[in-house]
Design a protein around this ligand. Structure first.
Ligand code: PXP
Length: 239
């Protein structure tokens, strides 16, 4: 069955709205783990709009599953990641003005830079994933820099779910097959929710999904434990 890694950034978004300590993203992560999440994802952005440095260190200390640290390839954040030593880093593009990550990273455009970055993390025994558009060019680039894994950007699939499902689904399917045949581990993420995740569960090449907003939003109504369990049930039912 495809694994579910829960992104807990938006517990911190809500906490920061009032500047206090509630809701606590660490407690949210621990409860997500208790409900069956196989990993916890957090994104330390340059502007620290949700997760703060201390949250990342606390997550590293307290969670029992796997820590996937999403990050831009920026010197300050790279140094923090090397110090925190997550199980996995997922390298994403980052623009200050964006509301959330808006698309995949162009690995192909900076092969040398990303090869050095991958080597740096491998020296510390940290696995490296790149968040990319589902294209063979980007997958080839990730293979050439020695990436362990790719996270296929599912945002366009999610945005076009009711208008252009087949075309976007096939892009993900073909990319997953291509990446698997190239020896990469495959994740998918961005914009996945309680409706659009189901069809992707048939793509057996996926090892994991990284899902945040829809689960944290649902947790406001039903609690984080139930929100995580409901998503796991969908993955189980449709796999
Ligand atoms: N994967 C990556 C690389 C992301 O940047 C994000 C958003 O932080 C997610 C997955 C989760 O996306 P969503 O919050 O839409 O589920």
């Amino acid at each position: 069955m495809i694994k579910l890694n829960v992104n807990v950034d938006h517990f911190a978004t809500l906490r920061n709205a009032r500047g206090g300590s509630e809701p606590c993203p660490i407690l949210g992560a621990l409860m997500a783990e208790l409900a069956g999440a196989t990993g916890i994802v957090c994104h330390l952005r340059e502007d620290r709009r949700h997760m703060k440095d201390k949250d990342v260190y606390r997550l590293r200390e307290l969670i029992q599953t796997k820590l996937d640290f999403e990050m831009a390839a920026n010197e300050e954040i790279i140094n923090i990641a090397l110090d925190v030593k997550p199980d996995l880093v997922t390298i994403v593009p980052e623009k200050r003005e964006e509301l959330t990550t808006e698309g995949g990273l162009n690995v192909k455009a900076e092969i040398e830079r990303f090869k050095k970055l991958t080597d740096k993390f491998h020296e510390k025994e940290i696995e490296v994933s790149y968040f990319i558009e589902p294209t063979s060019e980007q997958i080839d680039a990730c293979v050439s820099i020695g990436a362990d894994m790719v996270e296929l950007h599912t945002g366009n699939y999610a945005n076009n779910f009711n208008s252009n499902f087949e075309m976007e689904y096939n892009k993900i399917l073909n990319a997953a097959k291509y990446a698997k045949s190239a020896g990469l581990i495959i994740a998918g993420g961005h914009g996945l929710n309680y409706v659009n995740t189901a069809p992707l569960c048939k793509i057996t090449e996926f090892r994991e999904f990284s899902i945040g907003h829809s689960i944290i939003a649902r947790s406001l109504y039903v609690g984080i434990e139930k929100a995580v369990k409901e998503m796991i049930n969908i993955i189980f039912r449709y796999s």
